[in-house]
Design a protein around this ligand. Structure first.
Ligand SMILES: *Cc1c(COP(=O)(O)O)cnc(C)c1O
Length: 477
């Protein structure tokens, strides 16, 4: 029997809070708010007791999938296990008030400063800002920094090049910052097609935005050549560093010729994410761009940490206060806990795990690019599609086994793409369980396709009408 999904829990008069009696004179609302803005009826809010409230959320959390429940191989999203000590440190500092005077916030400012130094060490960049609240906002800030650089140098440029394998946020950020996007093709190896790239280089090019390892999980081998060509026209190299989980302690973006990079702290540096945030997408830059970073900037002055609001060439403020503090604390804790050797071993294990899974699956699902992968790999279910079952069916069937599905239909250049990223936190037993299930599904496609087509069979919500859900999205009831 299926669990009934929606049970009305609200009962008039039930409440989950108990407040002390009012001991100050009560001011009529109409003295505070003009009459015309006052509502005439009570809002229709659920009324529940505290235990019912707790049960509601615990119930929802167990219907949903999360990384604390089982494997979550969502490629490009780095759904690694998030150590609970991060939450402990974040909650210990949660009461720090952002308006507390700087003399009394030395611990908080020191944490920002140290985290920026740690990120500089990891990426080889000269300076960081922790303000951007997501990878995508980091990209926008990065492109605004490019803009500032060209303005200061009197360069007249209006184009940013982006490979066709890029994450959708890249062209969106470029367009928001007022530049034109020109797409560069990938070659049959899944890397930037150098001939196509060279044909698009000219004086109009403000920069190149590249994800490395790219969204196919492949390391861009021609990176030195690419950065030489871009710098040759006084362009800037931007690295989308959302995939830093493959590189820590092994490759520093600045050494590879990049001038700007963002990091997704909520991915590589372990904050629970998904469902829209909060996140943190700090931006790091080389020396020639450091003066343009947003204000305020954390600095040391007379042995004290201070926020400097007075930076002549800054692009200005991009976030309230100094970014999403809770996420920054988690990243700081994670980095301090692991140290340089720990971070390096994370990247090594993440890459080893992805290669292990790729080799165990490539005989049943076509491998989009048969090369050593980095932290993730992309399978294609094109052969299965020709038999009447596509990537979407496979993703749905996986839910019956308690797994989240991989990223699907991305990158766009692979047909029927299934992008799998195990991360370092999965052990061999979990990976083997997933491999076995994927092989079983491949077998079911041959022997019992109807079973796969009707999946999922065991989730609280069965097959939904995808088209209707897309057109008429309603996330509450
Ligand atoms: C996740 C991701 C982004 C966007 O980051 P958000 O924090 O979700 O805005 C950009 N590029 C790549 C390659 C990503 O994986």
């Amino acid at each position: 029997m299926k669990t009934q999904l929606i049970v009305e829990k609200s009962t008039r008069g039930h409440i989950a809070t108990s407040l002390p009696n009012l001991d100050v004179p009560q001011v009529p609302l109409s003295d505070l708010v003009p009459e015309k803005y006052l509502r005439s009826d009570d809002p229709n809010l659920p009324e529940v007791s505290e235990p019912e409230l707790v049960r509601h959320y615990v119930g929802l959390s167990s219907k949903n999938h999360h990384v604390d429940k089982d494997f979550y191989p969502l490629g490009s999203c780095t759904m690694k296990y998030n150590p609970k000590i991060n939450d402990w440190t974040a909650s210990a500092l949660a009461e720090v008030h952002p308006y507390q005077p700087q003399e009394l916030s030395q611990g908080r400012l020191g944490l920002y400063y140290e985290l920026e130094q740690q990120l500089c060490a990891i990426t080889g960049m000269k300076a960081f800002t922790l303000q951007p609240a997501a990878g995508s906002q980091g990209e926008l800030v990065g492109v605004l920094l490019m803009r500032k650089y060209h303005e200061m140098r009197g360069n007249d440029k209006d184009v940013i090049l982006i490979p066709d394998a890029a994450h959708g946020t890249n062209p969106a950020s470029v367009a928001m910052a007022g530049y034109k996007v020109i797409e560069v093709k990938s070659n049959d190896q899944g890397l930037v097609d150098l001939d196509d790239f060279e044909s698009k280089i000219n004086d109009r090019v403000a920069g190149f935005m590249l994800t490395n390892p790219n969204t196919l999980g492949l390391f861009e081998e021609n990176i030195s050549k690419i950065s030489e060509l871009i710098h040759g026209v006084d362009g800037l190299m931007y690295m989308d560093g959302a995939n830093m989980n493959a590189l820590m302690g092994i490759v520093r973006p600045a050494d590879a010729g990049f001038d700007i990079t963002h990091l997704n702290l909520h991915k590589t540096f372990s904050t629970p994410h998904g469902g829209g945030g909060p996140g943190a997408g700090p931006i790091g830059v080389v020396e020639k761009l450091a003066d343009f970073l947003p204000t305020p900037k954390v600095e040391i002055e007379n042995d004290k940490y201070v926020l400097n609001y007075d930076l002549e060439h800054s692009i200005g403020r991009v976030h309230g206060f100094y970014g999403n503090f809770g996420i920054l604390i988690r990243a700081w804790t994670y980095i301090r806990m692991l140290g340089p050797d720990g971070l390096k071993s994370i990247s090594r294990v993440a890459v080893t795990n992805a290669n292990y899974m790729m080799h165990k699956l490539k005989d049943v699902f076509e491998l989009a690019y048969d090369k050593t992968c980095m932290h993730e790999f992309v399978l294609s279910a094109q052969a299965q599609k020709e038999k009447g079952t596509n990537a979407l069916y496979i993703a749905k069937r996986l839910l019956d086994f308690g797994f989240h599905s991989p990223t699907m239909y991305f990158p766009l250049i692979v047909k029927e793409a299934l992008m799998i990223e195990p991360t370092e936190s999965e052990n061999k037993e979990t990976m083997d369980r997933f491999i076995e299930v994927m092989r079983q599904i491949a077998d079911e496609i041959e022997t019992n396709p109807d079973l796969v087509h009707a999946a999922p069979h065991s989730t609280p919500v069965g097959r939904v009408d995808e088209t209707y859900a897309n057109r008429n999205l309603n996330v509450h009831w």
